[in-house]
Ligand binder design. Sequence first.
Ligand SMILES: *Cc1c(COP(=O)(O)O)cnc(C)c1O
Length: 452
Amino acid sequence: MSEIPYKTYLTENELPECWYNVRADMKTKPAPLLNPATRQPMTPTELGKVFCDELVAQELDNDTPQIPIPRPVREFYRMYRPSPLVRAYFLEKALGTPAHLYYKFEGNNTSGSHKLNSAIAQAYYAKKQGLKGVTTETGAGQWGTALSMACAFFGLDCRVFMVKCSYEQKPFRREVMRTYGANVTPSPSDTTAVGRKILADFPGTTGSLGCAISEAVEAACTNEGYRYVLGSVLSQVLLHQSVIGLETQLALRKLGVKADVIIGCAGGGSNLGGLISPFMGEKLRGEADYRIIAVEPASCPSFTRGRYAYDFCDTGNICPLAKMYTIGSRFIPSPSHAGGLRFHGMSSILSELYDEGLMEAVSVEQTAVFKAAEMFARTEGILPAPESSHAILGAVNEALACKESGREENIVFGLTGTGYFDLTAYQSFNDGTMVDQIPTDAEIEAALAKLP
Ligand SMILES: *Cc1c(COP(=O)(O)O)cnc(C)c1O
């Protein structure tokens, strides 16, 4: 071991005071959300029917670089933050790479992922506005778990629409949410008009994130005192997640280490956006350069095979339109895809940065992802979430390229969470029955043909 510690913890006092809004440093701002009926930019009044007021303001703020973290949110953060930045010495050794690998570990809370960073902020603003509760969707269950923890803390009602196949495959996740007081409904359900329509149009469907979003939005808009909250994709979520990047930046500074490559998994883009924001800020201001790589599943490849266009965020087409890299809101990944990251679109902020060539993206197959997860578990000790394992694989591939060329790069990646609730997926990997389902060009074309 060298002079760099295995784990770098910041002190509680070093927890950031403000979130960083990368949009303030972007020359071309992300395209605005559009009203699906009028195709005009969504006004604060229109957005205020769906989201709490303070979050609407954050969603529309393209200019303020520093946004103070409210004191109660910062106090909650202290229960599980600052999170450690870990030098992956054992993984480096196993790979025989001259590269230095660091990961920022966000799995150190009961929800098991970074999602709590935004859940607690969103619950706080809902409480501050005097609301009764919030509605949301959850796919694999991490977001629903994080939100139920946050709502329990502030005494808010929490209604979660959980994608039906996950509801059935992940009963334990559901019980964690119920333990924190959430009401969990499998989606599509007959409790909403849009759910009943989806059930009629696609009988026997196992659901998708897009369906669950439609139901949650309807439930928020038709119940007095409720608003909808979303755990990824939105610019406000990337803002809250910037706490990950800010802590990483400070820890690296204290170590005297300059990152060369920053890697994260990308579903809707929130952890990656949060991790890279401060570094992207330096890049946009011309202060430093970094290679930034998004790693996405080959079975749901929005960056690498999608189109940069306005699309619906949900299957029921009731949400605002967002300009983003998308493979179409009608796209439903194969049920054999176990690795998470199954949203059809991508954060508008990351989509714009990617379109400008400021970051790269790669897609990877799930058997390779689980192979990397297994290696990581055996070397670094942590059982990673399948989503996080996309970033691990991205980092491993980069470290092997360094070995090939003898480059001694500093590679930083986001380890977003733990995989204790993903053991069905690990089981199919261990049994050798896991398959790689990659959509054909025709399937993606068919979903893209339905773009608005
Ligand atoms: C939700 C989740 C992701 C993906 O979401 P992003 O918004 O793309 O960050 C990644 N890892 C874990 C553990 C998650 O729970």
